[in-house]
Ligand binder design. Structure first.
Ligand SMILES: Nc1ncnc2c1ncn2[C@@H]1O[C@H](COP(=O)(O)OP(=O)(O)O)[C@@H](O)[C@H]1O
Ligand SMILES: [Mg+2]
Length: 365
């Protein structure tokens, strides 16, 4: 059984005028996991994190940490630390004082603080930086100081609010790996907030996708990527291409989906993500990913006939964008594929069997 460290029970939050930015949110965080709250700007990630840390009151609902109701417990008494988006280092304190701050507040003896700070500096690979001021550090080094400060008093849970968003791409990629490794090594529960889907996929044990103050899907990175439960999630995660069709036949083993008079997809149901609630005559959305499409130059049956829009060189692969009935389809092709793909050239697409099919609902998005 997984141990639950943090639990939110029907939590709602309104800052002003009964305008709820978090709506009846319930979730559980397991001990030792790397959990990510993923969602676009304004969906309530920071608000949720601040309610867990106690920096923000809940309007309704309860928050538990280690089965104890902490809803009314003040921030400093909760076993959690936060790493803020802008690092929030004390500008006039040295690295050593910044990192040791939490222990000093707890009146830990000086020599013990010094020892712990040294351990932390080793952990984040900043040995010898004790006497520098934040202004004398690069963005990446400041980030490490913030991490060391957040970890020094061994919190049960570390809350990280978009901690890598201000770093340049190369450093960001390096810190993603370092943070993930650090979390694995220390086995501290991380609740990580980001709007960047690639970061979430790379780092997390589990992802909770937020939309408008609500959970829209939760699961492992693989589940979220391969089995999006909605157009919203499919669109948000990865480069999806979304087509519309209609199920014209469905029996125990085969489903046939009609796209247009030239294009009918017939496939084994077990190869396809066809949920049980989809029946004959239902309109569906078909979601494909760039790496799940093969390009053919000759006409084939049951393949999508499309027109080339553009070919973009991308380093390790080429991205081909094609148009099918006004819809753009994104395809990855091999770097060694020397075909020119002229604009408006007709090509034929073979969709991988494990396309995702979702029942079409009214007022989607
Ligand atoms: N202190 C505040 N007062 C009023 N509204 C706020 C406050 N903080 C955040 N909000 C609003 O709450 C919503 C969620 O914000 P936030 O939790 O910061 O989202 P995210 O971190 O996902 O970008 C937004 O609409 C934002 O404008
Ligand atoms: Mg935020």
């Amino acid at each position: 059984m997984k141990k639950v460290v943090v639990k939110l029970e029907n939590v709602s939050k309104s800052y002003v005028d009964n305008k709820f930015v978090i709506k009846d949110l319930s979730l559980e965080v397991y001990s030792g996991e790397f959990l990510t709250f993923l969602g676009s700007s304004g969906c309530g990630k920071t608000t949720t994190l601040r309610m867990i840390s106690g920096l923000e009151h809940v309007t309704d609902g309860k928050i538990y940490i280690n089965n104890e109701d902490v809803t009314e417990v003040e921030a400093s008494k909760r076993p959690v630390n936060t790493i803020f988006q802008n690092f929030a280092l004390f500008p006039n304190m040295t690295v050593e004082k910044n990192i040791g701050y939490g222990l000093k507040m707890k009146k830990v003896p000086k020599d013990k603080i010094k020892k712990r700070v040294k351990e932390m500096l080793e952990l984040v690979k900043l040995e010898g930086y004790e006497d520098r001021l934040p202004s004398q550090l690069s963005g990446g080094e400041q980030q490490r100081v913030a991490i060391a400060r957040g970890l020094i008093n061994q919190p049960e849970v570390l809350l990280l609010d978009e901690p890598l968003s201000s770093l340049d791409l190369k450093l960001k990629k390096q810190m993603q790996i370092e943070l993930k490794n650090l979390q694995k090594k220390l086995k501290i529960t991380f609740i990580y907030v980001t709007h960047a889907q690639d970061e979430a996929l790379k780092m997390s044990d589990r992802i909770i996708v937020f939309k408008d103050g609500k959970i829209i899907q939760e699961g492992t990175p693989e589940e979220i990527y391969n089995h999006p439960n909605s157009i919203f999630v499919a669109d948000f995660i990865g480069d999806s291409s979304i087509l519309e069709g209609k199920v014209i036949e469905k029996n125990k083993t085969f489903a046939t989906i009609y796209l247009d008079e030239k294009t009918i997809i017939k496939t084994l149901i077990e190869d396809m993500e066809l949920p049980n609630d989809i029946n004959e005559n239902d309109k569906v959305n078909i979601i494909t990913r760039p790496e799940k499409i093969k390009v053919h130059l000759e006409k084939k049956e049951n393949y999508l006939e499309v027109k080339v829009k553009e070919l973009i060189y991308n380093g390790s692969f080429k991205r081909l964008n094609a148009i099918y009935n006004d819809k753009e389809i994104k395809i990855n092709i091999d770097i060694d594929d020397r075909h020119n793909y002229e604009k408006d050239e007709t090509i034929y697409l073979e969709l991988d069997k494990d396309i995702v099919v979702l029942k079409k609902v009214e007022h989607e998005r």
